[in-house]
Design a protein around this ligand. Structure first.
Ligand code: ADP
Ligand code: ADP
Length: 228
């Protein structure tokens, strides 16, 4: 279970005349096992919001609270439970060792790391490529490695920042269906950043639209989708 509470959050980058307001007084709530898409035009603050929730960035004011995490693992779970637009893999580590990295950081035994990475690579269909290096794989396969690594600590919350933008339509659709399967079978909460309306509609239970008005005022509209 995992709830996210974003409460009157503002983020300002830089100082003086160089100041950029990335987010201004944003509030919303996301419940357990919800698949929520964060939609909006380029530059409206979607990535900034995701980084706040991942605990990779502190708000200038307001608060981000995540309830339902296990306290000890929580920070690593949040920081690693994220998939970026460009797969951020370690090129000198094999596919398997990329997936095992967050587990190693938690002090998981070698044997257990191996067992879990095998299971995760099976889930994303990359068993045959466990001992390859990232640069030997196609873009779609690298993105699947990122997803496997994000799942390694079994985070209650999976964060994704336009994970499909570099992929062809065919690979994209395959991965989207895999994510919906993971949601169904694990009960995880998903927060998904996209600027694609069809993608948001296809994947989400709910869409939060972040709009950038002149004067850097941002607003959020909740769009509830009819359930199947
Ligand atoms: P989106 O993901 O919706 O495209 P971002 O969250 O990346 O939007 O950016 C929101 C605004 O904040 C943009 O104006 C961007 O230029 C600015 N911004 C984002 N990160 C930084 C940073 N580290 N330093 C300065 N400005 C930033
Ligand atoms: P793409 O991202 O190019 O659509 P997929 O992730 O859908 O690729 O993989 C399709 C199949 O193509 C893989 O299962 C694999 O067998 C093969 N393949 C793709 N790229 C490579 C590569 N660099 N080396 C070996 N096989 C590859």
């Amino acid at each position: 279970v995992c709830h996210i509470e974003v409460d009157h959050v503002s983020v300002v980058f830089g100082t003086g005349t160089q100041q950029v307001t990335a987010l201004s007084d944003v509030s919303f709530h996301i419940g357990s096992n919800e698949f929520v898409s964060l939609l909006g035009p380029s530059g409206c603050g979607k990535s900034t919001l995701l980084r706040l929730v991942a605990d990779l960035l502190q708000p200038t004011s307001g608060s981000v609270r995540i309830a339902g995490d296990e306290p000890e693992k929580a920070r690593l779970q949040r920081q690693f439970g994220i998939v970026f637009q460009t797969p951020a893999l370690f090129d000198w580590r094999t596919v398997r060792h990329n997936v095992e990295l967050p587990l190693e950081l938690l002090g998981t035994s070698k044997k257990e790391c191996k067992r879990m990475s095998a299971e995760l690579l099976e889930l994303v269909g990359l068993t045959r490529f466990a001992d390859h290096y990232p640069w030997q794989l196609s873009g779609g396969m690298q993105q699947r490695v990122s997803i496997a690594r994000a799942l390694a600590l079994d985070p209650p919350l999976l964060l994704m920042d336009e994970p499909f933008s570099a992929l062809d339509e065919f690979t994209k659709e395959k991965l989207q269906l895999e994510l919906l399967d993971i949601k169904r079978s694990t009960g995880k909460t998903f927060l998904f950043v996209t600027h694609s309306i069809p993608e948001a509609v296809f994947l989400s239970d709910r869409i939060i639209v972040l709009s950038a008005h002149p004067g850097q005022v941002h607003s959020i509209h909740h769009v509830e989708l009819p359930s199947e």
